[in-house]
Write a protein that binds this ligand. Structure first.
Ligand SMILES: *[C@@H]1O[C@H](CO)[C@@H](O)[C@H](O)[C@H]1NC(C)=O
Ligand SMILES: *[C@@H]1O[C@H](CO)[C@@H](O)[C@H](O)[C@H]1NC(C)=O
Ligand SMILES: *[C@@H]1O[C@H](CO)[C@@H](O)[C@H](O)[C@H]1NC(C)=O
Length: 260
């Protein structure tokens, strides 16, 4: 699903006991994917950046997220490593976050009064179209895919890829609705059951205390604040500061190894 972005920030060891931060965020507010219904009086002219693209509000939200991250972490550009989905609004959101996370300072100022500098953004380069369905599967069209169940109940023969497991996954996806972030929170057992706000972020922090490593999870579940405290998430089987080895043991059965 095309809603989420992730970025990794590696922080200098010497400055802090915070060793590593991983942030997964949802894109900002966006235009509808298409005309919501044929007679809708609000056509494309209401959405100057186009269907599916970030709106000005969405750019403001992701920009605020960048400020928020900047306020929470003193970040140095050279340590950044981000992986983003390659669809247009993911990349636009990434640029918007980067613009406020890394404004040029001191020797990085390349034009007086200009508060932007280019920051490299890596895409995972994956074409998100599913090879079996020929379309990108999103919250907008999963309803169409769900209609496979109607074909099945009418005894229509399905292609080989439509296994029971796939049908179950389609149902799961439909339930998850908001895609990556709500699935992530649900899988870890820390969902609050609410819809995921635009530009919300789930953050994993790796801390070292007395030579031992701990993971803390945080949820910034709002769209436009540059300073508010995030909500701490606690895995059901661990403490809010979860020993890294315990965290890995809990997470291992929930992860998919994409290198296989
Ligand atoms: C879109 O709507 C405006 C008025 O709301 C109308 O003037 C325009 O012709 C419409 N454009 C298209 C492409 O339908
Ligand atoms: C954020 O999370 C808290 C705690 O689960 C919840 O009470 C609140 O309603 C959430 N806010 C939004 C905007 O989802
Ligand atoms: C952060 O948000 C506050 C309140 O909305 C605003 O007054 C302030 O200018 C913002 N800071 C930056 C750097 O944008």
């Amino acid at each position: 699903m095309a809603l989420l972005f992730s970025i990794l920030l590696l922080l200098p060891f010497s400055l802090s006991e915070l060793l590593f931060v991983s942030v997964i965020w949802r894109h900002g507010d966006r235009a509808p994917g298409n005309l919501p219904y044929p007679l809708d009086p609000h056509n494309i002219t209401a959405w100057p950046r186009g269907w599916n693209q970030l709106t000005n509000e969405g750019i403001k939200q992701t920009n605020d997220l960048g400020l928020w991250l900047r306020n929470r972490y003193m970040v140095e550009t050279q340590h950044i490593n981000g992986v983003f989905n390659k669809d247009e609004r993911s990349l636009s959101s990434a640029q918007s976050v980067m613009a406020s996370l890394f404004p040029p300072e001191a020797e990085f100022v390349w034009k007086k009064g200009f508060t932007w500098q280019p920051i490299p953004i890596h895409s995972n380069g994956e074409d998100r179209d599913d090879p079996n369905t020929g379309m990108e599967i999103t919250a907008l069209n999963v309803d169409n895919l769900y209609d496979i169940t109607r074909e099945i109940s009418h005894g229509l023969k399905q292609p080989d890829w439509v296994t029971d497991e796939v049908v179950e996954r389609i149902k799961e996806f439909k339930r998850a609705h908001d895609g990556t972030l709500s699935s992530l929170l649900g899988t870890m057992g820390v969902s609050n059951g609410e819809l995921i706000p635009s530009a919300a972020a789930v953050i994993a922090e790796l801390h070292r205390e007395n030579g031992k490593d701990f993971v803390q999870l945080w949820f910034r579940n709002e769209s436009s604040s540059n300073t508010s405290e995030p909500i701490q998430l606690t895995l059901p089987e661990c403490d809010s500061s979860c020993p890294l080895s315990t965290f890995n043991a809990i997470i291992a059965p929930l992860t998919i190894n994409s290198t296989k």
